[in-house]
Design a protein around this ligand. Structure first.
Ligand code: C2O
Length: 505
């Protein structure tokens, strides 16, 4: 194992796309930011120095950060922000994971431009469980906005309105030739007939689930969220914000050619629930005996969280109300002190560990839209989970105002997606159909529009771990909560002490 060191300088830089130049927040002046290349087992030190007039925090999306939430990065959850003029070193080990993950700013909407790939190569002597590709390439899907990201966020959060759509989708920061002034902002890849290419695809978009396809080629999915899958061949892949997928592309072109990449808006309806569900059902983990032993067959703690929207009065907003998004009818309020610090140092009054295991009352979750008597609460409430217990969480979309799909991301863990379906979760019939043999293991899962998804995991990583919808708009509206898992101090399974340079609150 090696020590890999990176320097991330947070800088504002003028970047031009679609004939417009504007200042954006970057790492080292690059958009997208640098790729972190590591090998399973390495220790990684990333020194982040903030030269910009924005608070900053970087999250290593999908890295488990065992016992080491201090390096996880979500602002006000595991650390306070790195202020202008200061530095913080994210110091972590990459253990038990190999594949494609990514990093991004985890404060307000700054991840719109502050993101990059994390490529973890397997240990020497552990080849990929699929044919060795001839070449590999990182492909990050993102968005370009003409307006300031803060302005868009303000529209979304304070006005209670959905913000403007982005002006273009991008591949590796480039919109492609269909847009004005974009000839040189086109991502292209030269390929040769009969060769195999490994694409490491990341969806860094703020608010859009995307389908990805290559004209005239099929794709074989071999890994998602840094977990190998049973290979399956498909014309297009579905990728939600926060998810990563490695398809291999078998080139069947006649001669060598250059593939130009262009994201077409609306090539499939973004809310194509049927395609999404059937795609997700095809994802299966490679079920080695060791893998099987990790899938919780029995559950110690059952959680049932409804996802909905609510309203709050807001004198400064359009119509005097603003939208909130809720889990069990609670819209999460961001604290001013990091939750992990509050927990570790036992600071009172920052949060309550009393998040309800189920909604206040059962109802027909996916029936007619419910608009009256929402009774939405706003609070900083977390759920306390016993260390090493097995957890089942059912995320149920509801028609509280409207049904919608939600990519849910859990920090600190991978989980197994044991079931998913449309309509109301049936606590008797649906568990009988769970896949406990080769469920896909991942860190971000789509909850289908008007449906549910069941996940299981073992709470073996002590810390305070954020869980949220990876659509930035919904997160901003409060669609998030966190889990506290602790094993008490003084053992080799306890939360590590905080690093000396942890940013103060
Ligand atoms: Cu990729 Cu909490 O985020």
């Amino acid at each position: 194992a090696a020590i890999k060191k990176y320097q991330f300088d947070i800088q504002v830089k003028n970047v031009s796309r679609l004939c417009h130049a504007k200042p954006i927040v970057t790492v080292n002046g690059r958009f997208p930011g640098p790729t972190i290349y590591v090998r399973e087992g390495d220790r990684v030190l990333v020194n982040v120095t903030n030269h910009a007039q924005y608070n900053m925090s970087i999250h290593w999306h999908g890295l488990k950060q065992y016992r080491n939430g201090w390096a996880d990065g979500p602002a006000y959850i595991t650390q306070c922000p790195i202020k202008t003029g200061s530095s913080y070193t994210y110091d972590f080990n990459v253990t038990g994971q190999r594949g494609t993950l990514w990093w991004h700013a985890h404060i307000l909407w700054l991840r719109a431009t502050v993101y990059g790939a994390v490529v973890i190569m397997p240990k020497p002597g552990n080849p990929f469980p699929f044919p060795q590709p001839n070449r590999e390439e990182v492909i990050i899907l993102g968005e370009w906005w003409h307006s300031d990201v803060e302005e868009i966020e303000r529209q979304g959060n304070k006005m209670g309105l959905p913000p403007n759509m982005s002006d273009a989708h991008t591949i590796n920061g480039k919109p492609g030739p269909l847009f004005p002034c974009s000839e040189k902002h086109t991502f292209a890849m030269e390929v040769e007939s009969g060769r195999t290419y490994l694409l490491r695809i990341i969806n860094a978009a703020l608010n859009d689930e995307l389908f990805f396809a290559i004209a005239g080629h099929s794709l074989t999915v071999v890994e998602v969220d840094a977990v190998y899958t049973k290979p399956f061949t498909t014309q297009s892949i579905l990728i939600a914000p926060g998810q990563t997928t490695n398809p291999q592309e078998y080139s069947n072109t006649k001669a060598s050619q250059i593939l130009f990449f262009q994201l077409f808006p609306n090539c499939l309806p973004p809310n194509d629930t049927e395609s999404a569900l059937s795609y997700n059902k095809k994802l299966r983990s490679l079920n080695t005996p060791q893998f099987l032993a990790n899938v919780p067959q029995k559950v110690d703690r059952k959680l049932f969280y409804t996802i909905g929207f609510g309203k709050d009065s807001c004198p400064a907003c359009v119509n005097g109300t603003r939208l909130l998004a809720t889990l069990n009818n609670i819209s999460f309020v961001m604290p001013e002190t990091a939750l992990l610090q509050a927990h570790y140092f036992n600071l009172k009054g920052v949060f309550k560990a009393d998040f309800p295991d189920k909604p206040p009352k059962a109802f027909n979750y996916t029936g007619a839209p419910l608009t009256a008597n929402l009774g939405t609460a706003r609070a900083t409430r977390l759920s306390k989970i016993a260390f090493n217990s097995t957890v089942e969480l059912v995320l149920q979309d509801t028609n509280l105002l409207t049904v919608e799909s939600h990519p849910f991301h859990l920090h600190g863990y991978n989980f197994f997606v044991v079931g998913t379906g449309i309509g109301n979760f049936d606590p008797v019939k649906d568990p009988a159909e769970y896949n406990l043999v080769d469920p896909i293991e991942r860190n971000t899962v789509g909850v289908p529009t008007g449906g549910w998804t069941a996940i299981r995991f073992r709470a073996d990583n002590p810390g305070v771990w954020f869980m949220h919808c990876h659509l930035e708009l919904h997160t901003g509206w409060g669609l998030k909560t966190a889990f506290v898992v602790d094993n008490g101090p003084g053992s080799d399974q306890s939360i590590l002490p905080p690093p000396k340079d942890l940013p103060p609150c």
